[in-house]
Design a protein around this ligand. Structure first.
Ligand code: 5GP
Length: 128
């Protein structure tokens, strides 16, 4: 089954400028902005500007230019916010939730970059 992108989703509205956002970095194909309900002192969302629903959708169907821009922008964000370990930063976790099991709230692909505190195990042992 193919992905169907809903242009009414909240991130599409942010991209159209209908809703304000706290931008960290913007490029030709990518926007990075602060999460409105941060789950850690650092919580940035990185999204492609194109209409992709999930990580696998983006990875399979985006152009090389979009993918390259998304990856390089994500790296720049990690460095800019002091999270990149190789640049003296404190570390981070990059997560993308997809679909029902992933408990994806917004149906526009986004990468969460979380940090600024010890994050603990990705999934607690008792829930694995
Ligand atoms: P998901 O559960 O889909 O992986 O995460 C969606 C994220 O989007 C949540 O962390 C939520 O706080 C964030 N979010 C939802 N609506 C808005 C909004 O209008 N602005 C911003 N900046 N973040 C939002």
């Amino acid at each position: 089954m193919a992905y169907v992108y809903d242009p009414a989703n909240i991130f599409a509205r942010i991209l159209r400028g209908e809703i304000p956002n706290d931008t960290v970095l913007e490029t030709a194909h990518t926007l990075a902005f602060r999460d409105i309900r941060p789950q850690a002192p650092l919580h940035v969302l990185v999204i492609p500007k194109g209409p992709y629903v999930t990580f696998d959708h983006f990875a399979a169907e985006a152009s090389e230019a979009e993918i390259m821009d998304f990856m390089r922008t994500s790296a720049r964000v990690c460095e800019m916010v002091g999270a990149a370990p190789g640049q003296g930063g404190g570390g981070y976790r990059a997560i993308s939730n997809a679909g029902e099991a992933g408990v994806q709230e917004v149906q526009h692909y986004h990468l969460h970059i979380l940090g600024g505190r010890m994050l603990g195990r990705m999934i607690p042992r008792e829930q694995a």
